[in-house]
Design a protein around this ligand. Structure first.
Ligand SMILES: NC(=O)c1ccc[n+]([C@@H]2O[C@H](COP(=O)([O-])OP(=O)(O)OC[C@H]3O[C@@H](n4cnc5c(N)ncnc54)[C@H](O)[C@@H]3O)[C@@H](O)[C@H]2O)c1
Length: 271
């Protein structure tokens, strides 16, 4: 038996991209899955595609009451909550500081941080008593932008660095009852969208031309992974059997960006 059979997982932003791949993967692992998703159309498509298998809750991670309702619905449906995955996010489309009109910067910051940082914190708070009961865990979706510059503009990079801090602080505070970890994926072609404050809310990362080629060019492993390729570490971290002693850890799944080196970004390609 694997460590996730009948475990209950709540995933934010599970209607698209990485979150949706996580829904499929956790179902394959035998887990029961709930999703908090702001897009009604995506929530409805989860119901169409997975039927009774998935509890899809429409709501906004930036609103505490929506997070609390998602936890209540998950527990009402499945009886417990073992893992909360704070995954919903928005992007700044690499917008550099000088490119912001000064009066738009504050609104852009508030909008991006509300989803990427506050959303995860509110969700963790809402899930806490159930996670304590289950001796469960929290997993934050971070990014290569949590470690290195240039994977976004200053707002996105700062928000993902903030999540690195949250993993450490919450792992410290919530031990020994709740484990807290992160996964830091590299790029992938998804619907990751922008901000109302900068007029990029309808834009999607999938529209960025040449993204796959660029990812293969910059990663030492020369990869442009799909969302499903990033799911394994979440399965590991969620498993009390396999990750019992792991807390405060972040698994970097970015094709080796941290080992690009200086002289040759691909380590010499000696083999
Ligand atoms: N795509 C990439 O290259 C990449 C790389 C590293 C990390 N990430 C991270 O992966 C996570 C998932 O992003 P994705 O690429 O799958 O994007 P995506 O847009 O395909 O999926 C994100 C989902 O979150 C939902 N969402 C957005 N705001 C929400 C809110 N306020 N409340 C509830 N749901 C909300 C969206 O409707 C969408 O369904 C994000 O945290 C992102 O920062 C993405």
């Amino acid at each position: 038996m694997n460590g996730l059979k009948d475990a209950v997982v709540l995933i934010t932003g599970g209607g698209s991209g990485l979150g949706r791949a996580l829904v499929e993967r956790f179902l394959c692992e035998g887990a029961r899955v709930a999703v908090l998703e702001s897009s009604a159309a995506r929530a409805s498509s989860l119901r169409t595609d997975f039927g009774e298998e998935v509890e899809a809750i429409i709501g906004d991670v930036t609103v505490y009451a929506d997070n609390a309702r998602a936890v209540e619905r998950t527990v009402a449906r499945f009886g417990r909550l073992d893992t909360f995955i704070a995954n919903a996010g928005v992007f700044d489309f690499f917008q550099a500081l000088p490119q912001y009109e000064g009066d738009k910067l504050a609104a852009a910051f508030d909008e991006l941080f509300a989803v990427n940082v506050k959303g995860g914190l509110l969700g963790a708070r809402a899930a806490l008593s159930e996670l304590v009961k289950a001796r469960g865990s929290i997993i934050f979706t971070i990014s290569n932008a949590g470690f290195y510059p240039g994977g976004g503009g200053p707002l996105y990079t700062a928000s993902k660095h903030a999540l690195v801090g949250l993993v450490k602080q919450l792992a410290h505070e919530l031990a020994p009852k709740v484990r807290v970890n992160g996964v830091a994926p590299g790029g992938m072609s998804t619907n990751l969208s922008g901000l109302r404050a900068t007029g990029t809310a309808a834009q999607s990362l999938a529209d960025v031309e040449g993204l796959d080629r660029m990812l293969r060019d910059v990663t030492p492993l020369q990869v442009s992974p799909k969302p499903k390729d990033y799911c394994g570490p979440y399965v590991l971290l969620a498993s009390a059997t396999d990750a019992g002693p792991i807390t405060g850890a972040i698994i970097n799944t970015d094709g080796g960006l941290g080992v690009r080196g200086i002289v040759n970004i691909r380590g010499g390609e000696a083999l």
